[in-house]
Design a binder for this molecule. Structure first.
Ligand SMILES: Cc1cc2nc3c(=O)[nH]c(=O)nc-3n(C[C@H](O)[C@H](O)[C@H](O)COP(=O)(O)OP(=O)(O)OC[C@H]3O[C@@H](n4cnc5c(N)ncnc54)[C@H](O)[C@@H]3O)c2cc1C
Length: 365
């Protein structure tokens, strides 16, 4: 991993690959703390004031939350079972649009806040992986979109028949994020802000030896927070050589299947599927064939494009994103922040700021 320093790599039960950045090294770093007390927490430690936070989960939600906290002066350690490249977040397309995420009103507000951040990051696309790209969202009414985006979308208008003959749609310039570049960039930003990242699997949130723990484990919260209401929604994508498509396109067929084309640097992503309660991470060849067929019906040049690979991810869907504070019996605070469904990238900055607010109010009261 570029930029970070690996401090430790222990054998035995826990993998412990720890990355720290320059600010962290200069002030002594975050060595892994020994396990203390019945819950791995040292009784009698200041539970309010020392500003230290453990964020469990290093997907887009955990990393952005950690960045916001670290840049607001908190000492932040991220504990993640998987390196960023193997998270659901790394599978995402990732177009800015609140999709399969509830409650919609909050998701839209978080999305609009995140839009501001992404528009700024898009000034440095080569570094951040964020670009503003034109495209068409099918089966969508202009009035509906205008009602919640309040003039915030660049170039928003009805799509012409030439742009989208398949039906009604809107055209806009939206953030399209290359997660292969963006997640490592977020990781570096966190390290630069003094945070650290440790690869370790947590079996109990009380293991974290900090006064505040933020639970950003996505689907992992099923076990970690004993929350069966967060469920997998399987999504499959096909990665092809780009035959020259520069704009994104999202469409729904009359029988409710989705088809989307997202041009990313060096490749074109074709989607997709949304299968509730399916756990398999194996790409299904028949599903892949259907995706290519649906996309080729929209953009015929895709039909012969060389397939570079297949991707599958499990969206952590929930009736509502869980963003709330829980006080443990020993006085420590857990902020739960998971269940972002198909819109985690879209809302990341808005809801991370809200999560950070819960953390900061817990440590300042
Ligand atoms: C095919 C597909 C396309 C998508 N397209 C888009 C899109 O265009 N736009 C958009 O906004 N969103 C999109 N999404 C949704 C988006 O990917 C998710 O909403 C987002 O990745 C959720 O992020 P997360 O950080 O909560 O979860 P994850 O990325 O799953 O991260 C969870 C983290 O928790 C860690 N963890 C879990 N359990 C434990 C444990 N016990 N101990 C330690 N660590 C643990 C994991 O290792 C990981 O680091 C798409 C998803 C899929 C599958």
């Amino acid at each position: 991993m570029p930029g970070g320093e690996v401090l430790g790599d222990e054998g035995g039960g826990h993998r412990r690959r720890i990355l720290v950045g320059p600010r962290c090294r200069s002030r002594g770093g975050f060595a892994p703390s020994p396990v203390r007390g019945a819950f791995g927490y040292r009784p009698g430690v200041d539970t309010q004031g020392n500003g230290e936070v453990v964020v469990v989960g290093g997907g887009v939600i955990g990393l952005v939350t950690a960045v916001v906290l670290a840049e607001r002066g908190r000492r932040v350690r991220v504990w993640t079972r998987d390196p960023v490249e193997r998270t659901t977040s790394a599978v995402a397309g990732a177009l800015w649009w609140p999709y399969h995420i509830e409650p919609l009103a909050s998701a839209r507000a978080w999305a609009l806040r995140s839009l501001e951040v992404y528009e700024d990051l898009a000034k440095r696309p080569g570094t951040t992986g964020v670009r503003l790209v034109d495209g068409v969202m099918g089966e969508t009414d202009l009035d509906d979109v205008e009602s919640w985006t309040a003039d915030r979308l660049t170039g928003l208008r009805r799509a012409t028949a030439e742009e989208y003959g398949a039906g009604r749609g809107i055209r806009a310039r939206l953030p399209l994020i290359d997660m292969a570049a963006h997640l490592p960039w977020l990781r570096e930003r966190l390290l630069r802000a003094g945070g650290s990242i440790e690869e370790r699997t947590v079996s109990d949130l009380a293991e974290a030896d900090a006064p505040v723990v933020v639970n950003c484990t996505g689907l992992g919260a099923r076990d970690l927070a004993a929350d069966a209401s967060v469920r997998p929604q399987r999504g499959q994508l096909v990665v092809v050589e780009n035959p020259g498509i520069r704009t994104w396109l999202v469409s729904t067929t009359p029988d409710g299947e989705s088809a989307y084309l997202l041009p990313q640097p060096g490749r074109l992503l074709l989607g997709g599927t949304a299968e509730d309660d399916v756990w398999s991470l194996e790409p299904d060849p028949a599903v892949a064939e259907g995706i290519v067929r649906r996309c080729a019906a929209l953009r015929p040049e895709v039909a012969g494009a060389r397939i570079l690979g297949h991707r599958v991810g499990l969206r952590p869907v929930r009736d509502a994103v869980r963003l709330e504070r829980e006080v443990l019996p020993d006085g420590r605070v857990v902020v739960h922040h998971y269940g972002h469904g198909g819109g985690g990238v879209t809302v990341a900055w808005g809801c991370a700021e809200e999560a950070a607010g819960l953390v900061l109010s817990a440590t300042s009261s």
